[in-house]
Write a protein that binds this ligand. Structure first.
Ligand SMILES: NC(=O)c1ccc[n+]([C@@H]2O[C@H](COP(=O)([O-])OP(=O)(O)OC[C@H]3O[C@@H](n4cnc5c(N)ncnc54)[C@H](OP(=O)(O)O)[C@@H]3O)[C@@H](O)[C@H]2O)c1
Length: 81
């Protein structure tokens, strides 16, 4: 199985474009955002949805597990849990 790229902020301006480009080239993509519903449009193109908060380190550890690479960002109002 090909390891996925993880895209944080996948519902945002930059992450959504990165995820779209990767998906259009056939790469497996794991998308992160806080709400599953907002990840829906990319999930319908084949991305693997990982809804959660990137302030949650346990969530991030699982989300990045087995990844080939990642686009990461520090959200404007990151709240450390
Ligand atoms: N756009 C620019 O021109 C520009 C220029 C310089 C730097 N940057 C930086 O680049 C980064 C991305 O910019 P952008 O324009 O793509 O931002 P954006 O459109 O505001 O998107 C932010 C993304 O972060 C997600 N997000 C926010 N808080 C989160 C949290 N606690 N857990 C999980 N996901 C969270 C949002 O998803 P949900 O709301 O769906 O959870 C959304 O997908 C930011 O750090 C920004 O400061 C952007």
């Amino acid at each position: 199985m090909i390891k996925p790229f993880v895209v944080c902020g996948a519902t945002g301006n930059i992450g959504s474009r990165i995820a779209d480009i990767l998906l259009s080239t056939g790469e497996p993509v794991r998308i992160i955002g806080r709400e599953r519903a907002r990840l829906g449009p990319l999930a319908s193109k084949g991305a693997e949805s990982w809804p959660g908060d990137i302030g949650d380190t346990a969530f991030l550890e699982k989300g990045f597990s087995g990844a080939r690479g990642a686009f990461i960002l520090i959200p404007p109002r990151l709240r450390c849990l």
